[in-house]
Design a binder for this molecule. Structure first.
Ligand code: CO
Length: 148
């Protein structure tokens, strides 16, 4: 009985470790207006999804800043436009805006930032885009976020 319990605990640990790996995504950016991934597919079964953003370039955040922002497709431009007033210190994002579903802070070369959110708050029937809200970047620096 105790042996079976031990095996059960060990199996549970392995399963949760595997689930966590599937729910964590490394995203890289450099001194160009481009993410290294164009699509992120996260299992809907993830309790939480974590995006680890790394800026491998050298340029400062006020010149070539990048963040990872998630909204519904149609909200990319409105959110990016509304975020301009927040400036670099406000990560070019409107504060407390419900259209922003997840976002890292804006980072420059050599920096990294993470965000964790619950896919349970998303609607699998809707289409989501991740983008950088730095002025001008959002038009091309973007990709699709899918729940699978
Ligand atoms: Co950017």
């Amino acid at each position: 009985m105790k042996l079976f319990q031990a095996i059960g605990v060990a199996a549970g640990i392995l399963l949760s470790a595997q689930a966590a790996a599937e729910c964590e995504f490394a995203v890289e950016v450099g001194d160009t207006i481009k993410f290294n991934v164009s699509t992120i597919e996260a299992p809907a079964s993830c309790e939480s999804v974590t995006i680890n953003l790394t800026h491998t370039g050298n340029m400062a955040a006020n010149l070539m800043g990048h963040n990872w922002v998630l909204t519904e497709d149609a909200n990319v431009q409105p959110v990016a436009t509304a975020g301009m007033a927040a400036g670099v210190d406000g990560s070019y994002l409107p504060a407390g805006d419900a259209r922003v579903l997840a976002a890292t802070k804006l980072i420059g070369g050599g920096e990294s930032a993470s965000v964790t959110f619950s896919p349970g708050d998303l609607d699998a029937s809707k289409s989501y885009t991740f983008f950088c809200s730095f002025p001008g970047h959002w038009a091309v620096m973007r990709g699709q976020f899918k729940l699978i």
